[in-house]
Design a protein around this ligand. Structure first.
Ligand SMILES: [Zn+2]
Length: 270
């Protein structure tokens, strides 16, 4: 059947050809994509091109963006959507602003006694409701391995969370998922992490203590771990991994274990 959307898609892809060499270099920078099969690789490559056609990347002075750098960002952004169908998950914004370094951003927090605190916080990323995403370029470059860190996925997880209103740690779930299961599992793990930090603010926690800030950060940080350190997440909070697996409809842990089985010294840095 003749399809207008398929034709448009083809035309947009043809507008921005990517050579095999360029894509291979992008893949080399992103070990956490190792283990994708050929169909997944093809989808990710096309989805990355369409993402860049759709979004405007604003590079501040000090950030140089060529096709390879743009694809490096886009491929990381698209990985979470790999098995979520061709829905417009990253809707409601079209600008990504890239800073040459971490940036100061005015923060506001009302404490338990009602006092407003304001300060300048150093950030490497921000996602605004109905607005742009801001990323510090060194953070983008530091992402892409199996190292329990991925700035791009972190900020885009906030965007998925915001699809159904404020960022609150509950993105729009699929019809085969239950909000009550999600809420119970996430709350339980969030409370556990907070309990450990209340007991000892310097405790060596299984996942980044930033996840204990609020439920939105918990979702963003555990999404980072899901894709970049699935073994750590499953060891600490197996049911969180399970809910994220249902949400993202993929299994990065199986990919990582497959890579480790093939090569015992497969690089993981944790
Ligand atoms: Zn965050």
């Amino acid at each position: 059947m003749w399809s207008l959307s398929a034709w448009r898609r083809k035309r947009r892809l043809a507008k921005h050809p990517v050579s095999d060499e360029t894509w291979q270099r992008v893949r080399q920078h992103l070990p956490f994509l190792d283990g994708l099969n050929a169909a997944e690789d093809r989808w990710l490559r096309e989805a990355s091109v369409l993402f860049l056609d759709d979004k405007h990347l604003t590079a501040l002075p000090g950030v140089e963006l060529h096709q390879e750098q743009r694809l490096l960002l886009a491929a990381q952004a698209q990985l979470p959507l790999l098995h979520l169908g061709d829905l417009n998950w990253y809707q409601g914004f079209h600008e990504i602003i890239l800073y040459p370094d971490d940036f100061l951003s005015p923060q506001r927090h009302r404490d338990a006694s009602g006092i407003e605190h304001e300060w300048d916080g150093e950030h490497s990323g921000e996602a605004w409701q109905q607005g742009p995403i801001i990323l510090a370029w060194p953070g983008v470059l530091a992402s892409g391995g199996w190292e329990a860190y991925n700035l791009v996925i972190h900020e885009l997880a906030h965007k998925l969370d915001m699809l159904n209103g404020d960022a609150n740690g509950l993105p729009p779930l699929h019809s085969d998922m239950r909000v009550s299961d999600w809420a119970q599992v996430m709350q339980h793990a969030y409370d556990d992490l907070n309990r450990r930090l209340d007991h000892d603010p310097n405790a060596e926690t299984a996942i980044d203590p930033y996840a204990a800030e609020n439920p939105a950060e918990f979702f963003a940080v555990t999404s980072e771990y899901f894709f970049s350190a699935p073994d750590l997440l499953v060891a600490a909070y197996p049911k969180v991994y399970e809910q994220l697996q249902l949400f993202y409809r993929q299994n990065p842990l199986a990919r990582l274990q497959q890579l480790q089985a093939q090569d015992p010294v497969y690089q993981t840095h944790h």
